[in-house]
Design a protein around this ligand. Structure first.
Ligand code: SF4
Length: 378
């Protein structure tokens, strides 16, 4: 099934056509709360005999249908794991909190298309187990500082108007002195964040790109203006903010596009609230190219030249990556406060040296740099 043109709805929940509930979740209070909010969305209980999720047809067409079919289930595995960074590149030592899988939005470059083996949009209702697991991890390693994110296998806020999860997580984190939670999103769904005592322990983050990439390659997401307006509101509620230029994509007039986005960012958002800004050039699993070509035949950016990185992912040639990082960094530097940590995602020391004139090791390592950026501001 091909996906063609950009559509925008303020809340990605509006794209969900069906909710499927696993039988052992139907009486869970979180399920009841979600179903009460879902109102008009048809609900089906998954057959207890087969205990199987509904068939969405063959892959990769099933990916498109999966985004409209929400499965409420329990996570029977672990919720809390280190981010799957690779040894070959410098990673930020992030902890992933797995709240669910897949996303109701639809970005052409989304790695989840090639990564997940289940096309359904899913949400884990056993939040009590999630919080217990995090509490236990904190207790076992009390000297550690944790940076935690929920936006690895899904978007942190895409289902929030339905699940209300952000409120529970933000309130849980409020008094955790050794941790900070990052909610990373491409939505403007921030209503649940208003009026909370967050204790400075939650960073709200947006992925940003050029107006052309947002319009042509990030379907169902909030516009750049909507994202930045949402960020400004979160700042007015006292939240720390972060921004991710990731993936940076080579396309016509990219210099002008990234310059425009950076100018808009600093015109709309108070810079003193920004704790970190990352930059990461497009990288992808080889399988993704074929899937994206099938689902988004009008997209052309995969036709550029790529090399295989040490992690097996395709990436631009070094000269192009450096050129793009330099262009963006120079402008970020002009606007950002000195305390904002501007960093590269999944690059090596040589590229760091070329862009910033130092390596993370010179400053105690990337995790320490990020801890300091957020720790200093709490
Ligand atoms: S918003 Fe993020 S998780 Fe959702 S489709 Fe886009 S890249 Fe994937």
């Amino acid at each position: 099934m091909m996906v063609n043109k950009r559509t925008t709805m303020p809340d990605p929940v509006g794209y969900i056509n069906n909710i499927h509930v696993e039988p052992d979740c139907i009486d869970h209070p979180v399920t009841r709360r979600i179903l009460a909010r879902a109102k008009k969305i048809p609900v089906k209980v998954v057959s207890s005999e087969k205990f199987s999720i509904p068939d969405l047809g063959s892959y990769p067409g099933s990916l498109t249908k999966g985004k409209r079919n929400l499965l409420l289930s329990k996570n029977r595995g672990k919720f809390f794991k280190p981010c799957p960074g690779t040894r070959e590149y410098i990673c930020c030592d992030y902890q992933v909190l797995n709240i669910g899988m897949n996303c109701a939005m639809d970005c052409v470059y989304c790695i989840l298309q090639a990564y997940l083996n289940n096309p359904h949009l899913s949400f884990f209702v056993n939040i009590e187990d999630l919080l217990a697991e995090v509490s236990e991890a904190f207790a076992q390693d009390p000297k550690r500082f944790w940076r935690i994110g929920t936006g690895e296998f899904t978007d942190s806020l895409a289902l929030d108007s339905l699940t209300g999860l952000s409120r529970g997580l933000i309130e849980f984190m409020r008094d955790k002195d050794s941790a900070v939670l990052e909610l990373k999103t491409k939505t403007s769904v921030i209503e649940n964040l208003e009026g909370l005592d967050h204790g400075g322990r939650t960073v709200v983050a947006w992925s940003l790109n050029t107006p052309a990439i947002v319009a042509n390659e990030e379907f169902r997401t909030a516009s750049l203006e909507q994202r930045l307006a949402a960020a400004a509101r979160c700042a007015s509620w006292g939240y720390k903010l972060a921004f991710h230029f990731d993936p940076i994509i080579y396309h016509a007039d990219w210099e002008q596009g990234y310059s425009e986005t950076i100018a808009r960012l600093f015109a709309m958002v108070p810079r003193e609230h920004i704790v970190w800004i990352s930059m990461g050039c497009l990288r992808y699993l080889p399988a993704l190219k074929k899937i994206a070509a099938y689902r988004f035949p009008k997209s052309k950016f995969f036709h550029e030249e790529f090399i295989e990185g040490l992690d097996g992912k395709a990436r631009y040639f070094r000269t192009l990556r450096v050129e793009m990082y330099k262009h963006i960094y120079v402008q970020l530097q002009q606007h950002a406060e000195a305390k904002t940590c501007i960093y590269l995602c999944m690059e090596n020391n040589e590229i760091w040296q070329e862009i910033f004139g130092f390596t993370p090791d010179d400053r105690g390592g990337l995790p320490k740099m990020l801890d300091a950026a957020v720790g200093e501001s709490i």
